[in-house]
Design a protein around this ligand. Structure first.
Ligand code: NAD
Length: 475
């Protein structure tokens, strides 16, 4: 990676007009490992102008050519997989052996899956005397967070390329490195100049300039609900389409008649993986009151097995920044002040890990759904266990949240679990230990966002629908 002092605009590596820089810090060592330009609004303007110039040609490029380019990009990602893993791991802290399967393999698969969606703009539907088809929405602006930086990149960029859009990407201040690799990959794959542009920078400068730019047709954002609201407001005067993947406080209903060991272990792992920094994390585990004691024994056993660190057997690395570490500590203190019972973990760093932003896997029992630790997104390795008396109450607690991104149900079989899943107001439901699927749509209800990513639903977000009314007497 030789281009970290540049931006990628119009097919070239160029200087930023700003002299401001962003430091990339390895959260496992607390040391600065790289720096990238903090782009300016002038840089955004140059990039958007390039994307706008490239739009017509790219949108009208035959689907087969777009498909070939996406597949070439996926092959190059595969070839550079180790570099992608190293970039993600070093900047956000996921141990390398986990970053491989959790952060990088899926996005490579997703890029290939998007290649199969390119036909979306070549299909025509007949509705009475009208022909209806989809066209690329135009120039897109993308703003991403740091927790799954390649996943979020591909969910937006892969889908938009498949639909025929051009784009400007702003990675998180903390995790720009894999985006630089992706710019190199697209360049090598032969993506036409201007289709993909990379302008790292701050949300308040680069992010805002993208939202306000009159030539940007659509903004797609992943991050906090706070920033999502600001972005939607900034986009309103130019009436952009806005899709948002925001926060969550997802419920996980464990039923009385399920395999409790499997259910609880799955729930603990789901929260602790990626150090709790997963927007879909099932952070509110709802357990029948009659089985709480057993469940807590299973929790203690599993958490005791979890190794924190960066080695080959570590399950959890550090959280991504000093700020995030402090936020986790603050919430653990809040949980104790609110009267929740710490079952394991707690304040401070795990023994022997004084350097790096390592936090302890923490589980609270005796949590009620009105506590702040049950209502607010902690975004760290903190699991809340809430007791319920009957299924009606469990569903009510599950839905008593401003969020609606994800959910989980573990019941005696899929039929029983799906009946509960249908009652939860959330965009995803992990059923009986189900795994993430890149072929399925991803996105939230309520204050967890608007729109969907991945699958053909995710590509449709990047299209406009057009209808042509034919004169009925004409042949
Ligand atoms: P953040 O919202 O502070 O930042 C995300 C991105 O938005 C960054 O690139 C930042 O520069 C930019 N940004 C911030 N303020 C902006 C503004 N006013 N205008 C334009 N851009 C702005 O979030 P974060 O700290 O990076 O990520 C953690 C949060 O993101 C958590 O709340 C988490 O749940 C959420 N998240 C959600 C999903 C999802 O898919 N739903 C995925 C990952 C993270």
């Amino acid at each position: 990676m030789q281009h970290h002092n540049k931006l990628y605009i119009d097919g070239n590596w160029v200087e930023s007009t700003s002299d401001d820089w962003l430091e990339v810090i390895n959260p496992a060592t607390e040391s600065v490992i790289s720096r990238v330009p903090a782009g300016s609004s002038d840089d955004v303007d140059r990039a958007v102008q390039a994307a706008s110039r490239a739009f017509d040609a790219w949108a009208s490029t035959p689907a087969a050519e777009r498909r070939a380019l996406l597949l070439r990009a996926a092959d190059l990602m595969q070839a550079r997989e180790q570099e992608l893993i190293a970039a993600v791991s070093a900047s956000m802290g996921c141990p390398q052996h986990i970053a491989g399967w959790l952060q990088v393999e899926g996005p490579i698969e997703a890029m290939r899956l998007f290649a199969d969606q390119v036909g979306i703009t070549e299909e025509t539907e007949e509705l009475g005397h009208s022909l209806v088809w989809r066209e690329a929405v135009g120039v897109c602006g993308f703003i991403n967070p740091w927790n799954y930086p390649l996943h979020q990149f591909v969910g937006k960029v892969g889908a938009a390329l498949a639909a025929g859009c051009t784009m400007v990407v702003k990675p998180s201040e903390q995790t720009p490195l894999q985006d630089y690799l992706m710019a190199e990959i697209f360049h090598e794959a032969g993506l036409p100049a201007g289709v993909f542009n990379l302008v790292p920078g701050r949300g308040t400068e680069v992010g805002r300039a993208l939202c306000e730019h009159p030539l940007v047709d659509m903004m797609s954002f992943t991050g906090s609900t706070r920033a999502g609201i600001e972005i939607a407001k900034a986009c309103a005067p130019t009436v952009k389409r806005v899709t948002q993947e925001l926060g969550g406080k997802s419920p996980y209903i464990v039923t009385a008649d399920c395999d409790l060991t499997a259910a609880v272990r799955y729930g603990v792992d789901d929260v602790m993986i990626n150090s709790g920094q997963t927007c879909t994390a099932l952070t509110r585990m709802l357990v029948p009151r009659s089985r709480i004691g057993e469940a807590l024994d299973i929790v203690r056993t599993r958490v005791a097995e979890i190794e924190v660190g960066m080695g080959e057997s570590a399950f959890m690395g550090p959280v991504s920044s000093r700020r995030q570490w402090q936020q986790v500590q603050d919430y653990i203190q809040i949980g104790m002040d609110e009267g929740a019972t710490p079952v394991c973990g707690g304040l401070g760093k795990p023994q022997g890990l004084e350097q790096g932003y390592f936090a302890r896997p923490t589980v609270f029992a005796g949590v009620t759904n009105d506590m702040r630790i049950a209502r607010e997104e902690i975004f760290g390795p903190v699991l809340c266990i809430i007791a319920y008396d009957d299924l009606e109450q469990a569903v009510a607690i599950a839905n008593d949240t401003p969020y609606g991104l994800s959910s989980g149900v573990f019941a005696k079989d899929n039929t029983a679990a799906l009946a509960i899943a249908r009652r939860i107001r959330a965009g995803l439901c992990f059923v009986n230990g189900g795994e993430f699927n890149y072929q399925a749509p991803f996105g939230g209800f309520k204050q967890s966002g608007n729109g969907r990513e991945f699958s053909h639903h995710g590509v449709e977000e990047f299209t406009e629908i057009k209808s042509a009314q034919l004169a009925v007497h004409a042949s």
